[in-house]
Every structure is written in structure tokens, then in C-alpha cells.
Design a protein around this ligand. Structure first.
Ligand SMILES: Nc1ncnc2c1ncn2[C@@H]1O[C@H](COP(=O)(O)OP(=O)(O)OP(=O)(O)O)[C@@H](O)[C@H]1O
Ligand SMILES: [Mg+2]
Length: 446
């Protein structure tokens, strides 16, 4: 049985979701806060997660961030109060697949949960296929022909073969990790390991042992020996993701290891020589962090021998079409929907959008489009329905058709909810013919 995890401090909401889960045939765990939810997820993975954003203690965003460190794929639907769309967008950046504004009706929620489960199944199958093929994910290739990206490719080709440290910066979803992997792949170390370590996700005491390793009994909780990431990455590449979040005390230790090229696992006085290439990344402004005393200057200069600065997608709109088409083709192939294409007007819409979540957001959107699209062409109204609907229109983006489309979609969902999914009754309620309703359902992918 598939499992739904509900995180909401409102007991009534948990109850509603439990009833809904039962109706859809899902096993349901409902908890009132983020920590409990993470513990529950650790104990037993869920197939889909629904979380409130505003909760006492950790917020939904913090929860999502920590959840993503454990599981990058489980689909998450967020529930937001009215008027907190910015937070919802933030959640989408962290890979939430959908969001609903409270108050919502149960049918809309059911629809969203069903879609999220579809997406999850697709992702699992996709991963399975990939593993069977023994290949790298097809997304592993860097795409982009914009002048900014061409310069970056040139820099990568020069820098990758050296053993110099590289710092990769850029907003969330701009491809920092992909670039780090490309540096490894283009280097003579490519047959050795690329070892990523996310410095945010792990409490600082644990991060230290993750980095340097420990022996049994080195601290309470160290029940077995553990090889550190530095040792694992010996002769290969260590990718320190979100380095800006590392605490200053640990930064000092890291600096020493980088200078001496020797690690000492915790609880030992063994000194193990290592040869590791360091690529690090951050979406923080390290210069500010240094001024505030939160990031060591000497470490910064060690890590930042070369700097790769990835521009946000909105500054390289030329890449949007190419990226969207490549992603769509990949997903379509995996789904057995070859030939699925984007209509030119749909591409224009994508190019006009600001992509706060950058390439990740674009990739997620094309994934949803591929899974949900019924015909052979992804049209503009469909794409519009997939773009965050409630983002404030900018003065330059007063798109009447889009606004009306959103309104129409919501009214149809409301009508269906009010009539228990009875199409004929819903059409009556909306004052349109049943046939027109069917056309519109198709248009909105309802
Ligand atoms: N130039 C590109 N071509 C193709 N795919 C890309 C490109 N850049 C990023 N992607 C894809 O976008 C997604 C996000 O990229 P990645 O994880 O590298 O971003 P990031 O900068 O590390 O984000 P974050 O700061 O949130 O960790 C990944 O699925 C990645 O494969
Ligand atoms: Mg990253």
C-alpha cells in the first residue's frame, strides 16, 4: 500500500487528510510538526508528502529542505494560507511538485495527490530504466548555447584537467552540482570517485565525522568505524555542497586538512595522506559572510582558486527553449510518448517567465507536462496551467488570457467539487454544455 505522510499542526486538517487517504486507498501517517515528520520518514519512507507551510517550530520550508537531504525525489505538496504565495514559490524551488491555497476543497487536493503519485511512479520507473541501462542519467549533460554558457564551458575545459580547487556559485537550481560533476568527468580523475557532501543537511558535529571519519567509540553514538568522505574521495573529487553553511569551527579544521593533505579520523591519531580535488559550491554571498565573520577568509582563498559563476536562467533566456525541449524529449522517451513537442506559443510563455527556481524549476515543469499531457503537443494554455498561477502579474506581464485561463480552471474544479465529479451537473452549474466542459477539462488537463 502506498503511504501518505501528512504534516500539519491543525488536527482537523490531519483528520481530513486521513479520511481522504483512506478513500484513495493510501496508508496514512499524520503528524503535527517537522521533527516528528522527519523521524517518521526515517522510520518508513512515504510515497507522497503533504505539508503545511506555517507551523510552530520548524516551518514547512525548513522541513522541506531537511527532507530533501534525505530523499531528493518523494513528491511533496504544500498547503499555504492565503497570501503567502512567495513562500509557495520558495517551496517549489525546493522541489515541491504542487501547492494548494487554503481553503481548498477536498477534491482539488485528491487530484493533486493523485498527480503527485503518478509523478513518483514515473520517477521510480525512470530511475530503474536508467540503472538497467547502466548509464548516467540523461540529464547529466550540460545544455546551453547562450554566450554566458559558452564562456562557462570554455572555462570548464581549461580548469577541469588541473587539480586546482574550484568554487561554483549561483542561485538555487542553476546547475552548480551538474557543473561540479562535469569538472570531475573532464578531469584525469574521472575513473575515481566523485563524492558529494551536502554541508547544510548535517548537524555540524556529524559533518565533522562525515568528512574525516571516525573509529568506534570516538563519541557517543559512534558504534562502528566510519570512513570519511575525504578518504572515500582519495584520488578523486570531493564536492562540498553548500559550503557557505559550514560552521566556522569546522572551517578551521577543513582548512588544515587542505593545507596538510592529511586527515585524522576522529578518535585516532592516525594521519592518513590524501590526494583530493576539491570543488565546492554555495548560493550564499561568501564575501558578505566573510565581512560578518561567518566565513574564513583563508579558507575562501583556498577554495576559490577558480570561480565558476552560473548566471540565473532569467539572464540567459536564449537557453530556455533548448533546455525545455531537451528535458521534454528525455521525459517523453521514458514515458513512451515519443514525438511529444512544445508548441511555439508554449515556448514563448516559458521564455517570458522569470524562473525563480532556475533550471530545476524548468525541468520539473517539463516533467509534469510530459506526464500529464494527453496529446502530442504541449500547448500554451496547458503550460500556463502548470506555471505558478498566483504569482502577482508584473506590469509587463498583464496577460489577460492567462488570468482568464486560471480563473476558468479554478471555477471548473470548484464546480466538479460541488457536484461530486458529476460532469453533467457541473456543466449545468457553470452554465455551459457538457461537451464544452469536456473540451475545457482536456485543455486544463483536469
Ligand atoms: N545547463 C544545464 N543543462 C541541463 N540540465 C541542467 C543544467 N543546469 C542544471 N540542470 C539540471 O537542473 C537541475 C538542478 O541542477 P543542480 O542540482 O546542479 O543545481 P544547483 O545549482 O546545485 O541547485 P541548488 O543550489 O538548489 O543545490 C538538475 O536536474 C540538473 O540536471
Ligand atoms: Mg546543489
Amino acid at each position: 500500500m502506498k503511504r501518505l505522510l501528512v504534516v500539519d499542526d491543525d488536527a482537523r486538517m490531519r483528520r481530513v487528510l486521513q479520511i481522504l487517504a483512506h478513500k484513495i486507498g493510501l496508508d496514512c501517517a499524520a503528524v503535527s510538526g517537522a521533527d516528528e515528520a522527519l523521524a517518521s520518514f526515517h522510520a518508513e519512507r512515504s510515497d507522497v508528502v503533504v505539508t503545511d507551510l506555517k507551523m510552530p517550530g520548524k516551518s514547512g520550508i525548513e522541513f522541506l529542505r531537511e527532507l530533501r537531504a534525505i530523499d531528493g525525489e518523494v513528491p511533496v505538496v504544500v498547503l499555504t494560507a492565503h497570501g503567502t504565495v512567495a513562500t509557495a514559490v520558495e517551496a517549489m524551488k525546493l522541489g515541491a511538485v504542487d501547492y494548494l491555497q487554503k481553503p481548498f476543497d477536498v477534491d482539488a487536493l485528491e487530484l493533486v495527490i493523485r498527480r503527485a503519485l503518478d509523478l513518483f511512479r514515473f520517477r521510480l520507473e525512470n530511475r530503474f530504466l536508467r540503472e538497467q541501462a547502466g548509464g548516467h542519467p540523461r540529464s547529466g549533460e550540460l545544455i546551453g548555447g547562450s554566450p554566458a554558457m559558452l564562456l562557462i564551458f570554455e572555462l570548464l575545459r581549461e580548469v577541469a584537467p588541473t587539480r586546482s580547487a574550484v568554487l561554483v556559485t549561483g542561485e538555487t537550481g542553476t546547475g552548480k552540482e551538474l557543473v561540479a560533476r562535469a569538472i570531475h568527468e573532464l578531469s584525469p580523475r574521472k575513473d575515481k570517485l566523485f563524492v558529494p557532501l551536502n554541508c547544510t543537511a548535517i548537524p555540524s558535529e556529524l559533518l565533522e565525522s562525515e568528512l574525516f571519519g571516525h573509529v568506534r567509540g570516538a563519541f557517543s553514538g559512534a558504534q562502528t568505524d566510519r570512513v570519511g568522505k575525504f578518504q572515500a574521495a582519495d584520488d578523486g573529487t570531493l564536492f562540498l555542497d553548500e559550503i557557505g553553511d559550514m560552521d566556522v569551527r569546522l572551517q578551521a579544521k577543513l582548512l588544515r586538512v587542505l593545507q596538510e593533505k592529511v586527515v585524522e579520523p576522529l578518535g585516532t591519531n592516525r594521519r592518513i595522506p590524501i590526494d583530493v580535488r576539491i570543488v565546492s559550491s554555495t548560493n550564499r554571498d561568501l564575501e558578505t559572510a566573510m565581512r560578518e565573520g561567518k566565513f574564513r577568509e583563508d579558507l575562501y582563498f583556498r577554495l576559490n582558486v577558480f570561480h565558476v559563476k552560473l548566471p540565473p536562467l532569467r539572464e540567459r533566456k536564449e537557453d530556455v527553449a533548448e533546455l525545455a525541449e531537451a528535458f521534454l524529449a528525455g521525459f517523453a522517451r521514458d514515458l513512451g510518448k515519443p514525438g511529444l513537442r512544445l508548441a511555439p506559443e508554449a515556448v514563448a510563455l516559458l521564455e517570458a517567465y522569470a524562473w525563480p527556481g532556475n533550471i530545476r524549476e524548468l525541468r520539473n515543469l517539463t516533467e509534469r507536462a510530459a506526464v500529464l499531457c494527453r496529446g502530442g503537443i504541449v500547448g500554451s494554455s496547458f503550460v500556463r496551467s502548470l506555471l505558478p498561477a498566483d504569482v502577482e502579474p508584473r506590469a509587463t506581464d498583464l496577460d489577460l488570457e492567462r488570468a482568464l485561463g486560471d480563473l476558468e480552471r479554478r471555477m471548473i474544479l470548484d464546480a466538479l467539487a460541488a457536484t461530486g465529479d458529476d460532469k453533467l451537473a457541473a456543466a449545468k452549474l457553470l452554465g455551459i454544455g457538457e461537451r464544452t466542459l469536456w473540451t475545457k477539462l482536456k485543455k486544463h488537463a483536469i
